[in-house]
Design a protein around this ligand. Sequence first.
Ligand SMILES: Cc1cc2nc3c(=O)[nH]c(=O)nc-3n(C[C@H](O)[C@H](O)[C@H](O)COP(=O)(O)O)c2cc1C
Length: 214
Amino acid sequence: MLDLTRVRQEYMRDGLDEKDVLADPLAQFARWFDDAQNAGLVMPNAMSLATVSALGKPSSRVVLLKGVDDGKNGGFVFYTDYDSRKGREVAGNHHASLLFAWLPLERQIRIDGTIAKVSAAESDAYFATRPLGSRHAAIASPQSEVIESRAALAQRFNDAARAAGENPARPAHWGGYRLAPVEIEFWQGRENRLHDRLVYRKTAQGWRLERLAP
Ligand SMILES: Cc1cc2nc3c(=O)[nH]c(=O)nc-3n(C[C@H](O)[C@H](O)[C@H](O)COP(=O)(O)O)c2cc1C
């Protein structure tokens, strides 16, 4: 049906050298994120989030990065429904993985770590910044559940909007997660498939930087 064996791309844009990266991978992430924004990439904060069920079955989906904080409890923050499939999987297995594919820059970032909920205060604060319709939708939509129809969803939305009004409280089933990284890999495409891969691994002494074979 689809033969893509001849679709090829040479990677020529850039290199990634040990001497050019920052000692802190979160700072290095921020630097690459700036590059992605400055290059005008569409939704550079869209990232793939992979989780694993209690039975070891993986699943992935796109979510939006809403912040990165450094320090001891730093990490990558996103918001979702705690009762969704991903929420249930995270509750049973807190190991997860994030992926940014910034293809026009021939770059990929892989982030592995463990996920925990952000504080209720943090979730409240972010919820309050969302457009009213998004807040009503968070109340109305039982994410990942089977629903009867589009019309039933619209009905739920209208009911939520009527009941919750102009200043809805954050529903308990909706909030943020923070993935605390233990490993972050920066990948830069290079000529002849000899790509650069620099990986930071968290150790008791701090971050250790290593190069991986492409
Ligand atoms: C560009 C894009 C951004 C998205 N951002 C989010 C997000 O920030 N939070 C979220 O819960 N779902 C987001 N989604 C929807 C998810 O991909 C997914 O459909 C939803 O979270 C349900 O996933 P689950 O059933 O595995 O829990 C986004 C989808 C796309 C394509």
